[in-house]
Design a protein around this ligand. Structure first.
Ligand SMILES: Cc1cc2nc3c(=O)[nH]c(=O)nc-3n(C[C@H](O)[C@H](O)[C@H](O)COP(=O)(O)O)c2cc1C
Length: 234
């Protein structure tokens, strides 16, 4: 059995009275999840919509609690870190993480950044040792696969694209993914939403197809490696 962690972050709902308002990134992600669940119904599934229910921003008290040794924390400090503890436990439990994100102002929504700020935490998801020279931070988690689903109004944010220099969403997610323990990343992008033309229609259709194809591929290969482990353990 694997654990699939699904984080949506658009402030738009997946389904609205006016379908033109439906979140594109959530619907692409949903295609991935539906296919995965069909192939592996026994898997654990954890879902958070941080766009609709954003995690709290971190505060000075939060930082103070983080840097207080665990056995010295007051009940109030434990309470301050309770959400962070829960979110980190969800990431730790996950084998596969799907993050869907709209592009807002050329980067991720503040709500998704708030989720990362709660999770990237010293001695929980990374440790710090100056003996490592210029790279003192080291991730404490590993072995996870990340699927990044994005939707943008403009286009050409990829490497070599006409807006590569403004594309801060996927590069930021890639940088932070290290602290989720991610070794393997897949990207699915829908573009052109603001143009509302044929390019947009094709881009969304391709992204949904890719989400379904990737979910089949990964869920079946997860099945195969699980069966191999079961055989080895007999
Ligand atoms: C507040 C806001 C900021 C946006 N900023 C950008 C942007 O910087 N670049 C871009 O290409 N599209 C931008 N867009 C368009 C969204 O990326 C696009 O509508 C996308 O489909 C939203 O994701 P969703 O459909 O999952 O809600 C922005 C939209 C909103 C609402």
């Amino acid at each position: 059995m694997s654990t699939l962690l699904h984080i949506d972050s658009s402030v738009r709902a997946a389904t609205n009275p006016n379908p033109d308002h439906d979140s594109i990134s959530k619907n692409i992600a949903r295609r991935f999840i539906d296919t995965w669940k069909q192939n592996r119904p026994e898997d654990e599934y954890i879902y958070r919509d941080v766009g609709v229910s954003p995690p709290a921003f971190i505060t000075q008290d939060w930082i103070g609690a983080v840097f207080t040794p665990e056995d010295k924390r007051t009940p109030a400090q434990q309470e301050t870190l309770a959400l962070s503890d829960t979110l980190i436990a969800e990431v730790s439990a996950a084998d596969v993480i799907l993050i869907s994100s709209p592009m807002y102002n050329y980067g991720m929504p503040a709500q998704l950044k708030a989720w990362f700020d709660q999770i990237v935490r010293i001695d929980k998801t990374f440790d710090f040792d100056l003996a490592r020279g210029d790279f003192p931070l080291q991730s404490l988690l590993s072995g996870k696969t990340l699927i990044i689903v994005t939707s943008s109004g403009e286009f050409g944010f990829e490497k070599g694209g006409i807006r590569e220099a403004s594309g801060h969403l996927v590069p930021h997610l890639r940088t932070l993914s290290k602290y989720l323990g991610v070794d393997t990343i897949y990207e699915i992008a829908a573009e052109y939403q603001e143009f509302g033309d044929e390019r947009h229609r094709i881009s969304v259709a391709n992204a949904k197809d890719r989400a379904e194809g990737l979910a089949s591929e990964l869920s079946l290969s997860a099945q195969a490696s699980l069966s191999k482990t079961e055989v080895t353990n007999v």
